[in-house]
Design a protein. Sequence first.
Length: 349
Amino acid sequence: MGNTLRVAIIGSTGYGGVELIRFLLGHPNIQITSVISSSSSGSLLGDGFPHLRDIVTDLLDGVDVPLIREKSDLVFTATPSGVSAKLVPQLLEAGLKVIDLSGDFRLKDGALYEQWYKHDAPPQELLNEAVYGLAEIYGEEVRDVPFISNPGCYPTATLLGLIPAVKAGWIDPATLIVDAKSGVSGAGRGLGLTVHYSEMNENFLAYKVNQHQHIPEIEQVLTREAGKPVTTTFTTHLVPMTRGILCTMYASVNGNRTNAEFIQLYSEFYKGRKFVRISPEGKWPATKEVWGSNYCNIGFAADARTGRVTIVSVIDNLVKGAAGQAIQNMNLMMGWNEALGLELTPAFP
Ligand SMILES: NC(=O)C1=CN([C@@H]2O[C@H](COP(=O)(O)OP(=O)(O)OC[C@H]3O[C@@H](n4cnc5c(N)ncnc54)[C@H](OP(=O)(O)O)[C@@H]3O)[C@@H](O)[C@H]2O)C=CC1
Ligand SMILES: CC(=O)N[C@@H](CCC(=O)OP(=O)(O)O)C(=O)O
């Protein structure tokens, strides 16, 4: 086990946590040395997640930082916002590498964090230190750092779909509207009325309109990439399916650009990046194309009549939107091939 990285997962009893385990079990360079729960330590993960019975056989550990340090080198914190803010400083202080899946360290401005997340902001020096791991865009920046903040699920789908056109100056970010839909697993395993079967099934609803915590995250990145302040209208919807995010994005085009030109721009931008696939002319992606995988698929419809383009992107919220991108970031942090452990083909149908 000489060069094996020892990995612990806090929040291993949540949807993001079990998805991390699913992929990490097949990763050639790591060993899962601790699965951690604040509420069920001493029990077996397979008791609550029968799909892991006889696969994960170690008992759940509690949240004990010295023990985590003794057993592991890197920790994924798949914990709720507010919880990560308190845990991560202790883990970093203990000398662990950390990849945090929550929204706690994505915004660089603590006051903005408190405004949107309604929690006390983490220490400003850690907001400064956290490297935002949008892997295809900032992959070079995460190499060798001790602490990565993994992007949100909606921002991943949105930003991968927009950044090439924004950077090229082909779309006017001031005209941008993002219409985003998510499967219910995006809300985590906790129970709540909005994920109650009889209220969710055969239903389709908008939520957190103009109030979603991913709005400032998207604007922060687009502002950086556009080199000028960007605000956006971003509306989230819940769809009665388990996994998947589909973002439909509308913006005015600078000049005349055809679908073929968009396809060429994006194909060149993402050349060599395994996990972004560009749809051919006249095809727009569906969530089933990426189900259970780390792919993001992107398609275009440029409309000369209106001078706008419609960009459609899809991801699996639990994989590219959470656990998969977190593992991709670990690979980049460690200087490994970014696809290690992630090469599962999407499940279809
Ligand atoms: N679901 C998704 O699609 C995505 C989720 N995220 C983010 O990833 C994080 C995890 O999400 P998800 O797995 O869906 O959420 P879940 O609600 O499914 O799981 C969260 C886990 O955190 C653990 N937890 C709760 N309180 C504490 C605490 N005080 N100390 C330690 N552990 C605690 C719980 O386990 P236990 O009680 O056993 O300790 C629980 O299993 C969240 O921040 C979420 O916003 C990001 C992108 C996408
Ligand atoms: C469907 C659904 O409810 N999705 C969640 C996504 C939560 C999430 O990923 O939150 P952070 O990225 O801020 O950690 C939501 O809209 O709030």
